[in-house]
Design a protein around this ligand. Structure first.
Ligand SMILES: Nc1ncnc2c1ncn2[C@@H]1O[C@H](COP(=O)(O)OP(=O)(O)OP(=O)(O)O)[C@@H](O)[C@H]1O
Length: 361
């Protein structure tokens, strides 16, 4: 491995967009030499079909060209030898337990609801984008087996890139995501049973390279089924946000979902009331789903009502279009409520990002 010191300094700023580490640290640049005014660089991609290949190569060229005296940059692109890739995967794996295990600095928040259709996925997607827009590093696991909608809500159909036996999650609106929907063909519903779901969740936590996450949001299936129990076992240190509508009956079932989380040791952070009253042009409020469900659930659970998100055409349309309203139309009252929730969550616990050590193998 020969690397010219001036080129090494310049190339140290080039980061793999999926792994988010400098290429030199990942052994992706085994050679970078100066031959008069020509910089000759060997770039080794982790996998042949790397979707970020063009971007990486362009960044390498730009960095090398910035070195004084360099007039031409020649980049030879290849693919890592299997042994080098395996060593990299091992190093990434080695730094992973610190990321999501009990001592983690990543805040893990499961978004749960008692019943379906209350807007849990819409809230999760928008909250993730709002947190990312505030400078946090955010990941989302879509664990909603029957209603996996996070990729569509974030406007992406990209799939994870496989590097060895690890998966690099795609990113949309600044949020890294994996979804059960990325692993089934077409628009089929998933009829997996408990053990299969448990293994899939385990894989999402263990085999996905999340990098340094500040927050990991998990979109749970509605109710108190297998996924809730598995997640409780896998992540007893997760916190839970309960989404409900203003309907009193919805508050009852929401309370049950929260109790299941508590039985596994998870902490219920608070309640989010979604689909609250819609302001009418004449100033009156249309309470399509009644009122008071959020307050009632929060009171019974002894936790705060963290947000009241009104019914909103813009929120619904943004979801349908894959353009989250918090980014597309942040002044919409529903968007403003989600943004305020993001701010409130940021305030409830300091979020410190720790750089995971990537010691040479
Ligand atoms: N505040 C809101 N105003 C208007 N429409 C909303 C609001 N919140 C969610 N919706 C719409 O309600 C429908 C259900 O939302 P969503 O899919 O997010 O619910 P869910 O609780 O995740 O459902 P499930 O868990 O059954 O998949 C969607 O069409 C969504 O656009």
């Amino acid at each position: 491995m020969t690397i010219d010191p001036a080129l090494a300094r310049a190339l140290s700023t080039v980061v793999d967009p999926e792994i988010r580490r400098p290429l030199v640290e990942l052994d992706m640049i085994p050679e970078a030499v100066l031959d008069g005014t020509v910089a000759r660089i060997r770039l080794e991609l982790t996998v042949a079909a790397c979707p970020a290949a063009d971007r990486i190569q362009a960044d390498v060229r730009q960095a090398a060209a910035s070195v004084p005296g360099v007039e031409r940059v020649e980049v030879e692109v290849g693919v890592m030898a299997p042994a080098v890739r395996q060593a990299l995967v091992e190093r990434l794996r080695g730094s992973r337990p610190a990321q999501l295990g009990p001592g983690t600095l990543t805040r893990i928040i499961a978004v749960a609801s008692g019943k379906g259709g209350v807007g849990k996925s819409t809230v999760t997607a928008n909250l993730a984008v709002a947190l990312a827009a505030r400078g946090l590093s955010v990941g989302v696991i879509d664990a909603d087996v029957h209603g996996y909608s996070i990729p569509a809500l974030l406007g992406t159909d990209a799939r994870p890139t496989r590097v060895g036996d690890m998966m690099m999650p795609p990113e949309a609106h600044g949020v890294r995501l994996v979804s059960i929907g990325m692993f089934v063909d077409g628009n089929r519903s998933v009829s997996w049973r408990g053990p299969m779901l448990h293994r899939t969740l385990q894989q999402f936590l263990a085999d996905v390279w999340w990098g340094d996450l500040d927050v990991l949001l998990i979109d749970m299936p509605p109710g108190t089924g297998d996924v809730a129990i598995s997640l409780g076992q896998l992540l007893p240190h997760a916190e839970v946000l309960v989404v409900t509508t203003p309907q009193r009956a919805a508050a009852d079932v929401a309370e049950r979902a929260a109790e299941v989380a508590r039985q596994t040791g998870q902490r219920v952070l608070g309640v989010v009331e979604n689909m609250a009253g819609l302001a009418q042009p004449d100033g009156s409020i249309l309470e399509l789903f009644g009122a008071g469900g959020g307050d009632e659930a929060a009171r019974r659970l002894g936790v705060p009502l963290l947000a009241r998100i009104p019914l909103s055409v813009a929120l619904r349309a943004g979801g349908d279009a894959g353009a989250p309203v918090v980014a597309a139309e942040p002044t919409d009252p529903a968007a403003a409520a989600v943004i305020a929730l993001a701010e409130a969550l940021r305030g409830t616990r300091p979020i410190a990002r720790r750089s995971l050590p990537l010691a040479p193998a």
